[in-house]
Design a protein around this ligand. Sequence first.
Ligand code: ZN
Length: 609
Amino acid sequence: MVRRKGSGPVSSKCPGCGTVHSRAVLEEHLYVCPECKHHLSMPSQARIATLADAGTFLELDRNLVSVDPLEFADLRSYRARLQEARRETGVREAVTTGVCKIGGQRAVLVVFDFAFLGGTMGSVVGEKIAHAFEEATQRRIPLVSVAASGGARVQEGMFSLMQMAKVAAAASVHDRNGLAFVSVLTDPTFGGVTASFASLGDVLIAEPGAQIGFVGPRVIEQTTGVAPPKDSHRAETLLQAGLIDLVVKRADLPAVIAYLISHLKKQRSTDNEAEGLPPAVKRQRLPAWQKVGLARHSGRPSARYYIARMATRFLELHGDRWSADDPAIVGGLAELNGQTVIIIGHDRGGTPEEKAASHDGKAYSEGYRKSLRLMRLASKFRIPVVTLVDCPNAQANYESEHRGIAHALARNLATMANLPTPIVSVIIGEGGSGGALALGVADRVLMLENAIYSVISPEGAAAILYRDAGRAETVSEVLKLTAQDLHSLGIIDTVVPEPEGGAHLDPGATADTLKSHVLAALRAFSDIPTLQLLDDRYKKYRHIGQGGKFWREKVRSGLSDVFGLLAYAVSRMEKSNRKKPKAHESAPRTRPEKSRLPAASSPRRAERD
Ligand SMILES: [Zn+2]
């Protein structure tokens, strides 16, 4: 499509800094102010030109134009306003839809033009969006939308409101077919557009500084008499509130969207270009308490470090789409040697500031809701999940209780049990209690050699058992929290070796070894049908721990006890049989275990005999 020339104002004043820019300057800078980087409204045709690969955009429903169903008039007639909007913008409606390629990937593109009646959604806008979703569903391709809208088009009354239900329904059918939807929210996006399809994207992206919401700050102030806080509706505030995934500069949008739509698609196999595993090294086993120290070492690599080192590409996704974005959980879409995965991990941060921000990996419910949301994304596209566990315990305070930490942990356990895609979990540092397990239900559980994993911290256990946290060192041995102990108990599947002295002495080598193990584990599940995968996972947790070396030895010694008892009972029986008179030899033989019945049963049998 040729970028529209000669339409719209010849110059515009930047709302950010007041500088007046010519149309040529704005077009050159993608309508981002060169002075203050404010993202101005972008004409739909210019937007299409920046997103669609050159020469690939084929418009849909070009001839659908709004009529005036209610013959509506306020200060001016709706008909006159439509004519003026067409003349001023050079487009026929507030939304333009079409099929194109983005970064070489076919997609349906839906672009709003705020200059056309405030980008409002009337019957024709709704019709074009619903049809765009249907077209994408039929062609089995992703849909990308770029919204800029004041909401419903009042001039079309209830016809306008009903568009919300129509477009949400069309988006949900596209979703049900396992197809990706990337929704970009630009300045401003409000009302019936935010409250319908535009918030239903698999990934929600906002441009910097964009005002986004249901009811705008000015209307809130008018109706309630109270002005909302400054920046209440800004993209950055929404990111902190967990309501959007990303804030992306306009210039970076094409690459981010292309990355998303090329990875958010059905993964047919979890095959990867895995390297061979490094040779195993036999090392002296360290005492448990020493491992506790290593697992908690301030220089121990964090989840973010491993992700950065292991992933060829990683796009972090934020928020629980509910209330917050907990930095104690990091997650996103990554590539490991060409294999698309969703990585989710507890992050305790590296610097003291990061450690404070991520509250030492003690995630709140919103962190676990974020992980849940990412796992559901993985489920939709059958993307394998890799989790990195490093959490001393889930956040334990009143706020955490109030925000439903127990519910969040429970939902994670249940979701992971039924996730129809392979899960590989790695205990990388300190795995403590339910907060660790809520990322640790997996088809294969790996554990770094000096990591620890326990139902409670040694200090907590000592405080409960001895009322003396100082006895933590003694308790650490009996808690069986080391990788080697947990492997022999059958709780974990693989011990991943660390460099001599601990992961902190060579984080790079640790990450490289870990990556080889993760890839090998993913490859092991590449050809297993989903139903069998889920069945095997269920059985694994149904019988957890009963297959390990520890239990085999327990069962063996337990069996030898039972056999010992049996042998004793049989010899007692034989002795007593020898003493009995001949007449009793024809009586039914007493089974060995009956010899342990109370004595009272014998006289009765004797009477019957
Ligand atoms: Zn400016």
